[in-house]
Design a protein around this ligand. Structure first.
Ligand code: UD1
Ligand code: UDP
Length: 388
C-alpha cells in the first residue's frame, strides 16, 4: 500500500469553487493525502472571488475563459490543458464537482489517463436531457466515468442506484455548500458595499434575484424581468437586489428591462460572504441557480425557481422552494401571492435543511481514505434534520 495518495481537484466556475472549497480545506488536513489543485478558469472574476475568500492558491490555472465561449471551446481547451497537467502530476484520483462543462471535461480527461474519478455532488437528475442544458448530461456522463460517487442526499443516492452504480461506491455525504454557509452568515454582518449597507432592511422587503441558465437566455429572462418591473411599480416597500451574472447575454437583457428603475439595484456578482448575508436579509429569492436552491431553505427563505425542472426536489417537497418557470403572468402572480399572503409566506419560510449538516467535506475525505485502505471505518451517512 502507498504511504500517500495524490488527489487532484479540478474545477472552473463559481459554484464549483464554493462547493469544492470545504473539500480542499479538508484534504489539506490529511497526512495521507498529497493535494493538487487545478482550475480551468472557465469563469475568471467569479472564480477568483471565491479563491480569494477561501485563500485557495491553485497549482495550475488553465485560464481558458473567453468572451462568448461555446461549449466546444470550454470542452476542448479544458481537455487539452488537463492532459498536460495529468501527464505531469499522475494523480491517484481526480475529484470533480457537479455538472459544469469543466466537470465533464475533468472526468473524461482523468478517464483517458486511466485515473480514478471521484464525483462530488453526484446523482442529481431531472432525467430531461435538455433541462438544464448541458448540465443534465454533464453530470450523467461524469457519473458514468466516476469510481466514487458522493451523493448529497438519499434522493441522489437512489438515482444512482437506479442506474446500477454499485452501492459500495456511493456515499451519502450531504452537500458541501452547507459546510461553508453557516460559518459566514450572521445578524451582525456589515456590508462593505455602500448600497447594501444603506438599505432599510427593517422596513423594506428585499427580493433577491439571480439568473444565468443557458436555456433561459433571451426571451424567458425578458419575461421574468418584465414581471419584476410590474411588481416593483405596484409595491412601494419592495426593493430588488440583482447581482447580475457576468455573462454579457444576461447583462444586455437585464439592462434593457430593469436598468435605471427606482428600487431596482443592478450590481456586479457579489463575493460569497455578502451574497450569503444578503440571502439572510432578503424577504424572498427568485433564481434559476442550482446552489441557491440548496442554501436558501437552510436560511428559511422562500425560493421561487425560474425553471420548469429541478434536480433538487427535496426542498420542493419540503415546501420552501417552488418551481414557477419563466412565463410573465405566472411569475407576477407567484410573487404577488407571497407578498400578499402572510400565511403562505410563513409556510414557505420555515427553515428546512435537507441538503447538509456542515460535515459533507469531512465525510468525502473519510470515504476517499476508506477507498484507498487507510481506514476500515466508513463515514457515517448524512441524514437531514426535519422541518422546523
Ligand atoms: C456556467 C456553467 C453552469 C453553471 C454556471 C454557474 C457550463 C456549460 N455552464 O454557466 O453549469 O451553473 O457556470 O455560474 O459549464 N463570464 C465572465 N466572467 C466570469 C464568468 C463568466 O466574463 O467570471 C462571461 C464570459 O463572457 C463567458 C460567459 O460569461 O463567456 C459565460 O460563461 P460560461 O461558463 O460559458 O457559462 P455560464 O452561464 O457562466
Ligand atoms: N453566489 C455568489 N454571488 C452572487 C450570486 C451567487 O456568491 O452574486 C453564490 C451562491 O450563494 C451559490 C453559488 O454562487 O453558492 C451559485 O452559483 P450560480 O448560481 O452561478 O451557479 P449554479 O449553482 O446554478 O450552478
Amino acid at each position: 500500500m502507498k504511504e500517500k495518495i495524490k488527489v487532484m481537484t479540478v474545477f472552473g466556475t463559481r459554484p464549483e469553487a464554493i462547493k469544492m472549497a470545504p473539500v480542499i480545506l479538508e484534504l489539506a488536513k490529511s497526512d495521507k493525502i498529497d493535494p493538487v489543485i487545478a482550475v480551468t478558469a472557465q469563469h475568471r472574476e467569479m472564480l477568483d472571488q471565491v479563491l480569494q475568500l477561501f485563500n485557495i492558491k491553485p497549482d495550475y490555472d488553465l485560464n481558458i475563459m473567453a468572451a462568448g465561449q461555446t461549449l466546444f471551446d470550454i470542452t476542448t481547451k479544458a481537455m487539452q490543458g488537463l492532459d498536460k497537467i495529468l501527464t505531469k502530476e499522475n494523480p491517484d484520483m481526480v475529484l470533480v464537482h457537479g455538472d459544469t462543462t469543466t466537470t465533464f471535461a475533468g472526468a473524461l480527461a482523468a478517464y483517458y489517463h486511466e485515473t480514478a474519478v471521484g464525483h462530488v455532488e453526484a446523482g442529481l437528475r431531472t432525467n430531461n436531457k435538455y433541462s438544464p442544458f448541458p448540465e443534465e448530461m454533464n453530470r450523467k456522463l461524469t457519473g458514468a466515468l466516476a469510481d466514487l460517487h458522493f451523493a448529497p442526499t438519499q434522493v441522489s443516492h437512489e438515482n444512482l442506484r437506479k442506474e446500477n452504480v454499485p452501492e459500495k461506491n456511493i456515499f451519502v455525504t450531504g452537500n458541501t455548500v452547507i459546510d461553508a454557509l453557516h460559518r459566514i452568515v450572521g445578524d451582525e454582518y456589515k456590508f462593505s458595499n455602500e448600497m447594501l449597507h444603506g438599505i432599510d432592511y427593517a422596513n423594506r422587503r428585499i427580493i433577491l434575484v439571480t439568473t444565468h441558465r443557458r436555456e433561459n437566455l433571451g426571451e424567458p429572462m425578458r419575461h421574468v424581468y418584465k414581471a419584476m418591473k410590474e411588481i416593483v411599480a405596484e409595491y412601494p416597500d419592495v426593493e430588488v437586489v440583482f447581482p447580475v451574472h457576468k455573462n454579457p447575454k444576461v447583462r444586455e437583457v437585464v439592462n434593457e428591462e430593469l436598468g435605471g428603475l427606482e428600487r431596482v439595484h443592478l450590481i456586479d456578482p457579489l463575493d460569497y460572504e455578502p451574497f450569503a448575508n444578503l440571502m439572510h436579509r432578503s424577504y424572498l429569492i427568485m433564481t434559476d441557480s442550482g446552489g441557491i436552491q440548496e442554501e436558501a431553505p437552510s436560511l428559511g427563505k422562500p425560493v421561487l425557481v425560474l425553471r420548469d425542472t429541478t434536480e433538487r426536489p427535496e426542498a420542493v417537497d419540503a415546501g420552501t422552494v417552488k418551481l414557477i418557470g419563466t412565463e410573465k403572468k405566472r411569475v407576477y402572480n407567484e410573487v404577488k401571492y407571497l407578498l400578499d399572503d402572510k400565511a403562505e409566506y410563513m409556510r414557505m419560510a420555515s427553515t428546512c435543511n435537507p441538503y447538509g449538516d456542515g460535515k459533507a467535506a469531512k465525510r468525502i475525505v473519510e470515504a476517499i481514505l476508506y477507498y484507498y485502505g487507510f481506514t476500515d471505518v466508513l463515514p457515517p451517512v448524512f441524514s437531514p434534520s426535519v422541518k422546523k
